[in-house]
Design a protein around this ligand. Structure first.
Ligand SMILES: [Zn+2]
Length: 482
């Protein structure tokens, strides 16, 4: 499908990318970094985007077989069984479940209401990891703050005995980056409020919709500070609290959470491989997370990512000749409430991390690719530019440096493993993220196929190039905060 004309387009794109980066353009007669035959194979993988892939079959399999699958739940065990059986059935090698222990938290009864100045029902849900309220619930006046900084600036006597309402609104953006800017209130709001003497915390849902479906998500308590119950109200309910607050009368809220911390439970990372034919000990990790918040069925978060990486590896396994390095698909456990899967993988595989040539994670739903994020040593720039031109037909040619690939693979940064991700269109993803609405019907199959093709083309090149990517430079080997 790609003749000489398109090849010229590629060279043109290379020159433009180089100019945009303020670097000398690649000379027209410079030999390509990716050998022509390898490039043709990668282009054939890119073309799979337009004829369709089987990625949605694997998404549907995980969603319908395991459904709700938070760590330690019955669905979590079913998802492990599904992962092992599916990877074996598709012909992956060395299929196994690598066991680990992860937090086990369960949701319970959840009720909420405005008591004064006027009675209203509140749609709310516990943040994952929250302690329960007393059985009779918490009942107190709310103190509204816009963000954590405003909360920190309050006098303790103004906060003591109150339920803090953190009213920080997530902005809708094309690439979903509004999420990271808003999620601090969910992660850290409870301990920051408790430090000032609050008895509970309610946050505006971290989501971009206006449905009465509150968004759950992980939070954590700091040591040495009382643990107070933490919930998210739906966006329309947060709007109501905001309007009532503007009336100037005290707003009193009552809520009940029956959630329970059940300690730890056994779970597992599920792994399968496409063995390399030349240097099988060198590894390209393609990751996603198998677990999901139990309000919904985790179709977008992150069965979509699992469908993408399983199908990308399957497409590569079906090529006439396999690449040099091993492609290892890792369906991580416990991304949502602990990251125990990502941490355990890095610890268990520490001895072979120097042989990890690249890691990529898919964890932003089924939106179409819009770019490519990379983090490797500077000598990888010429190769990255060619990968960028390869992904141009998918709309994913824009390169973003210094990404961390994804939460589960982020611990690998400490070993300098080059980290990658395909950036995705995610303007609607956070309408349903971590809500009951995250269901299979939301999967955008043509976009999922484009993502699959982008991941397959990248993974094939990463696994085939004679010289691997340069490791992440020592000064950039820092763990992110999630
Ligand atoms: Zn996720």
């Amino acid at each position: 499908m790609r003749g000489g004309t398109l090849r010229w387009t590629h060279i043109h794109a290379l020159a433009l990318t180089a100019l945009a980066l303020g670097e000398p353009a690649v000379a027209a007669d410079a030999p390509p970094v990716i050998p022509p035959e390898m490039r043709r194979t990668a282009e054939a993988l890119v073309d799979k985007a337009f004829v369709g892939t089987r990625a949605s079959e694997w998404v549907r399999g995980l969603v319908d077989t395991a459904g709700s699958r938070l760590s330690g739940s019955p669905g979590d065990k079913l998802a492990i069984e599904w992962g092992v059986a599916t990877l074996k059935r598709l012909g992956f090698a060395n299929v196994r479940a690598e066991k680990l222990m992860a937090p086990h938290w369960v949701r319970g009864v959840e009720t909420g209401e405005v008591v004064a100045p006027y009675p209203h029902k509140l749609f709310l849900t516990a943040l994952g990891g929250s302690v329960p309220t007393p059985e009779s619930g918490l009942d107190a006046e709310i103190l509204e703050v816009a963000n954590l900084e405003e909360l920190d600036a309050k006098k303790p006597e103004d906060v003591r005995g109150k339920i803090v309402f953190i009213n920080k609104r997530m902005q809708r953006t094309l690439d979903g980056t509004g999420y990271g800017k808003a999620a601090d209130v969910r992660h850290r709001g409870a301990s920051r409020a408790a430090k000032q003497g609050a008895i509970g915390v309610i946050i505006r849902s971290i989501g971009t919709d206006s449905n009465r479906t509150p968004h759950t998500g992980g939070m954590r308590y700091l040591d040495g500070i009382p643990k107070i119950p933490a919930a998210a109200v739906s966006n329309p309910d947060a709007d109501l609290l905001e309007r009532l607050g503007k009336e100037g009368k005290p707003v009193r809220v009552r809520f009940t959470l029956g959630c329970r911390d059940k300690g730890e439970a056994e779970t597992a990372n599920v792994i399968g491989e496409v063995p390399g034919r030349g240097s099988p000990k060198e590894i390209i990790v393609l990751g996603c997370h198998r677990d999901a918040w139990e309000l919904g069925t985790g179709a977008e978060d992150d069965a979509a990512g699992c469908g993408i990486v399983i199908e990308a590896a399957r497409l590569i396994a079906g090529l006439g000749s396999r690449p040099r390095r091993t492609i290892r698909v890792v369906l991580y456990a416990n991304e949502e409430n602990g990251l125990a899967g990502g941490r355990k993988y890095a610890a268990d595989h520490a001895a072979e991390l120097p042989l990890h040539a690249a890691a990529l994670e898919a964890d932003l739903g089924s939106g179409r690719p819009i770019g490519f994020s990379w983090n490797a040593g500077p000598s990888s720039i010429p190769l990255m530019k060619e990968i960028s031109s390869l992904l141009e037909p998918l709309g994913a040619s824009a390169l973003t440096p210094d990404g961390l690939g994804g939460a589960d693979i982020s611990p690998l940064v400490l070993s300098g493993v080059p980290l990658f991700s395909v950036r995705q269109e995610a303007s609607r993803y956070f309408d349903l993220h971590h809500t009951p609405n995250d269901t299979f019907d939301k999967i955008d199959i043509p976009s999922l196929d484009k993502m699959t093709a982008a991941v397959a083309a990248f993974a094939y090149v990463a696994a085939s190039m004679k010289e691997p990517f340069e490791k992440i430079p020592a000064e950039k080997r820092k763990l992110p905060e999630f």
